[in-house]
Every structure is written in structure tokens, then in C-alpha cells.
Design a protein around this ligand. Structure first.
Ligand SMILES: N[C@H](CCC[C@H](N)C(=O)O)C(=O)O
Length: 285
């Protein structure tokens, strides 16, 4: 018998906010539809999507994560949510470990919690290795390899395809402060080059050494931050000679610290995770 009243937790990582449900207690029969209803910022709880925390199927992992965008599409990975899950598991007493193995659709990620006085203040996630096999039929004029040039509403965007378990197109611009992200992001997300759609990062290296990055997420639109997107941006910046292998990615909702390790090719992401509020909602809402 499925419980109808679901207790949920609202959290955010650098402003990228999700609804978290512990599926060890609550069953969510149709998470895609629930994510659409509950993510609505007027008729629902309001969020960038729904995250289900569950048991791991692999003995190598402690827990599992599933992430659904606001449009109900399920994603392979979410960087900001993985940090929030680390905080959630520790502060709700579901683990006493400071190193947690989290099973995702794109592999088992290792979370390292930085704890002060019983509170998780920061989390580092081993995001594993970038890949460049973003499902993209290169548009005319695209170079081979992982660079491409895509046309959106009359403007050409040169960029780099990077997968962090989910697809990203990182384009470097010189008008980040005024660029109409909604206009171009919504077109690029659904560009014919991307049979599975794509997350789009618009980035500009700044004088202070940070890379100012704004994101249009596949399935959620403009978000305040994107953890996998920050990783993709740092990799693209290093690949194109705009930065070294460590970058501070300054997004609308906060800054994430990314290092693309030379020794093992892994991408490490560090950043905050915050509780916002606890609530309960009828499953049919
Ligand atoms: N919209 C993404 C999933 C959420 C990723 C993002 N919120 C992050 O922090 O990595 C996708 O469809 O691949």
C-alpha cells in the first residue's frame, strides 16, 4: 500500500534547488509525473526537479540517487544534488561515514564530507572522468573531435561537447552579463545536433580568475547553478587553453571549485549544500 502523504526535504546546492524524498520510507510510483507537478513554482512545491534517495543495488555503494528534471525527464547524474545527498545522509543519521559511495546512473560517485560540529559544511565529489561522446551529429561547420559550432536564432556558438555522465555543450562568449540565456539556451538545448537534447553552459573567463558561467539545463531551463555543468565548463576551459586544470566556476547561485586531475583524469567538484525546509505533500498533488 503506497503512503499518500509524503514527507520531503527541500535543499539546494549553489541555488540549484531540488525536492528530496527518501524512498527507503516512501514509494513514488510515477516519479516523472510527480517531478513535473511538484516542481511547479506556482502550483507545486517549486524546484528544479525531484531527487530520490534510495538503497544501492551495488554492494560497492552505500546509497543510490535518481534525479528527475522539472519536465519529468530522468538524468544520469546531478552534481549539486549529490553534494546535498551527502549532507542529507549524514545530518539525518543515515550514515556516520564522512566518505560515502553514491550509486548513480552514470556510475558510483565518491562523496567526501567536511564536517564541523556535526554539520556538513562542504562536500567534494569525485565526478569520475569526462567523456567527449556527447550524442551530437555535428552541425555544418563543426570541427571533428569535441568542438562544434551551432547556429541558434541567427547567432553562431562555437563550443565544446563534454559529458559528465550527462551531455553538455560549453560555449565561451564575451557578453555573459547581457546574453539572453533563455532565448539561445532554449534553442541550443533542442538543437538538431543533440538527439538526446543537451545542457548548455555559457561561459566567460573574468579578470579575477573565475569563469563566470550561466546555464540553461536540459529539462529545467535556467538554473542558478549546475554541478556537472561546472565540471564540463572547467574541462572545456582547460581543453581550449582558457585555464589550467583547476577553475573557480562562478554561477548565478554560487561558486564551485573544480579540478580536472592529471594523474587519473578524474574531475573533482567542491561546493556547498544547504537545507531549506521540510514539508509534507499528498502524493496526488
Ligand atoms: N538537467 C541535467 C540534470 C541536472 C544536472 C545539474 N542540476 C547538476 O547539478 O549537475 C540533465 O538533464 O542532464
Amino acid at each position: 500500500m503506497t503512503q499518500r502523504i509524503i514527507k520531503f526535504t527541500k535543499m539546494h546546492g549553489a541555488g540549484n534547488d531540488y525536492i528530496y524524498v527518501n524512498t527507503l520510507i516512501y514509494n513514488i510510483p510515477d516519479p516523472a509525473a510527480v517531478s513535473v507537478r511538484w516542481s511547479d513554482r506556482h502550483k507545486g512545491i517549486g524546484s528544479d526537479g525531484l531527487v530520490l534517495i534510495g538503497a544501492a543495488s551495488s554492494p560497492e555503494a552505500d546509497y543510490s540517487m535518481r534525479i528527475f528534471n522539472a519536465d519529468g525527464s530522468e538524468a544520469m547524474m546531478c552534481g549539486n544534488a549529490s553534494r546535498c545527498i551527502g549532507k542529507y545522509l549524514y545530518e539525518k543519521g543515515m550514515t556516520d561515514k564522512s566518505v560515502i559511495r553514491l550509486e548513480t546512473l552514470s556510475g558510483i560517485k565518491t562523496l567526501k564530507l567536511y564536517i564541523n560540529d556535526g554539520k556538513v559544511e562542504r562536500v567534494t565529489v569525485d565526478m569520475l572522468c569526462p567523456a567527449f561522446d556527447v550524442p551530437a551529429q555535428y552541425a555544418p561547420g563543426c570541427s571533428d573531435g569535441n568542438d562544434g559550432t551551432l547556429l541558434a536564432d541567427g547567432r553562431l556558438f562555437g563550443g565544446t561537447f563534454v559529458s559528465m555522465g550527462n551531455p553538455h555543450f560549453v560555449t565561451f562568449v564575451n557578453d555573459i552579463a547581457t546574453l539572453d540565456i533563455a532565448r539561445y539556451g532554449s534553442i541550443l538545448e533542442r538543437h538538431a545536433a543533440f538527439p538526446s537534447r543537451c545542457n548548455i553552459e555559457f561561459a566567460q573567463p573574468m579578470a579575477d580568475g573565475t569563469i563566470r558561467t550561466r546555464v540553461w539545463e536540459r529539462g529545467s531551463g535556467i538554473t542558478m547553478a549546475c554541478g556537472t555543468g561546472a565540471c564540463a565548463t572547467a574541462v572545456a576551459a582547460a581543453l581550449t587553453g582558457r585555464s589550467g586544470r583547476s577553475s573557480r566556476i562562478a554561477m548565478d547561485g554560487g561558486t564551485l571549485d573544480i579540478t580536472w586531475q592529471e594523474a587519473d583524469n578524474h574531475v573533482m567538484m567542491a561546493g556547498p549544500a544547504e537545507f531549506v525546509f521540510e514539508g509534507e505533500i499528498n502524493l496526488d498533488n
